[in-house]
Design a protein around this ligand. Structure first.
Ligand code: BDR
Ligand code: CA
Length: 298
């Protein structure tokens, strides 16, 4: 059913009509059981918001969080994952540290967006929670083999590519994979955010992205085409209405994003959109395209 190079791009519904076009597809479960997910992430600010969205959504159950270098070094992104869980009193989700650098090149980080600590330099307390003893790649393989797993990747694809190298059979075991990544030129917003053509997660580890797109996984890419649509941007106005709400989530959002909002005046909810797709695929319309990743040029 799934061709080796099939992949799917989600268009935010606000760009399109609510009714699904004939022939468009989405997949979800008929039952009301939550989907089991692993979030593989480089916890920066929007990854943290993605975790918060997943924690708050009855449609998904987080089996584990795995971390990778990207927005910041992997030691920081791993501690940030623990900080987010601790802020919401969650202590039963394993967090496993993954790769410290891309497959084939030096690490490029995004302190200019996410702060030096990767989480808005919010000075959050050092977490008491500890990391799982497994490597992220082994945890992903183990959980994929257990079955019934939806993998959501919101960082560079280094861990997933390594899992595919080590255990190629997981292609058949993973129910599906949703990634935040790529810029596909499919909407007026589908251009790069690091170079004119490269999206950050693909830019940091293009060899991994190339491998993942060529793997035959049931893959959905939520790209910048969708996530930078101005209609989906968290504007200052919306932000100010959100952060005064009397909730722990609102207070945490304010802590981690105050500096970002001050410097940039608004921001995109890239990673939460990948979770939003898994939570409610009907919010998005899917189109299929072949994809390759250019690894030599700018
Ligand atoms: C992606 O880059 C990172 O900085 C964000 O966390 C998001 O995953 C957007 O290009
Ligand atoms: Ca991310």
């Amino acid at each position: 059913m799934w061709a080796a190079r099939d992949w799917r791009i989600r268009f935010h519904k606000s760009c399109l009509r609510r009714a699904k076009a004939p022939g468009s597809r989405c997949w979800g479960r008929a039952s009301n059981l939550p989907k089991d997910i692993i979030i593989d992430c480089d916890v920066g600010i929007d990854d943290a918001l993605a975790i918060m969205l997943a924690l708050a959504s009855k449609e998904v159950k987080i089996r584990a969080i795995t971390t990778v270098a990207g927005n910041a070094e992997v030691e920081k992104t791993s501690q940030n994952a623990l900080k987010v869980l601790e802020a919401f009193d969650v202590s039963d989700i394993p967090v496993a540290r993954g790769h410290a650098r891309p497959l084939n090149r030096e690490l490029y980080t995004a302190g200019y967006v996410h702060g030096l600590d990767g989480l808005g330099d919010a000075d959050l307390p050092r977490p008491k929670l500890k990391l799982d003893s497994r490597h992220a790649v082994d945890l992903i393989i183990e959980e994929a083999e257990r079955g019934d797993l939806h993998l959501v990747c919101t960082g560079p694809l280094t861990n997933l590519a390594s899992a595919l190298i080590k255990a190629p059979h997981i292609v058949e075991r993973l129910r599906d994979v949703t990634i935040m990544g790529g810029a596909f030129g499919l909407t007026p917003y589908g251009f790069g955010n690091v170079t004119p053509v490269s999206e950050f997660n693909a830019y940091v580890d293009p060899e991994a992205a190339k491998m993942v797109f060529a793997s035959g996984l049931k893959l959905t890419a939520v790209g910048l085409d969708v996530t930078t649509d101005p209609k989906a941007t968290l504007t200052k106005d919306k932000y100010e209405r959100l952060v005064v709400l009397p909730s722990r989530g609102a207070r945490f959002l304010k802590k981690i994003s105050a500096n970002l909002m001050k410097s940039w005046g608004s921001f995109c909810l890239h990673d939460p959109m990948a979770i939003a797709y898994v939570v409610d695929p009907t919010l998005f319309t899917v189109k299929e395209y072949p994809v390759d990743v250019e690894t030599e040029g700018i």
